[in-house]
Design a protein around this ligand. Structure first.
Ligand code: FES
Length: 81
C-alpha cells in the first residue's frame, strides 16, 4: 500500500498520507473549511464521527461526509468553502 496518495481538492493537486480521512486531508493542507452555512460563515469538521454533518463535501461527484471517507488515489474533492 502506498504511503501517500495524490488527490484534487478544489482543482488543486495535493499529496497526502494514504491512511487519513478527507476531513483530515482538508485540514492538513490548511484549507480548514469544508463548506459555508446559510450566513456564509465557514464551517469545518467538528465531531469526526458522522454526527454533525459539518464535513459534507462532494467527492467524485457525490455528497459524502469527509470524516468517514478515507482518501484514495485520484479522488476529486470539492468544498463549498
Ligand atoms: S465531522 Fe461531524 S459528521 Fe463529519
Amino acid at each position: 500500500m502506498p504511503h501517500k496518495v495524490q488527490i484534487l481538492i478544489n482543482g488543486r493537486r495535493e499529496e497526502v498520507p494514504a491512511h487519513i480521512s478527507v476531513a483530515a486531508a482538508i485540514a492538513a493542507i490548511g484549507q480548514g473549511a469544508t463548506r459555508r452555512d446559510l450566513t456564509g460563515a465557514p464551517r469545518a469538521a467538528c465531531c469526526g464521527m458522522g454526527v454533525c454533518f459539518e464535513c459534507r463535501v462532494r467527492i467524485d461527484g457525490a455528497e459524502k461526509l469527509g470524516c468517514l471517507t478515507r482518501v484514495s488515489q485520484g479522488m476529486e474533492i470539492t468544498t463549498d468553502a
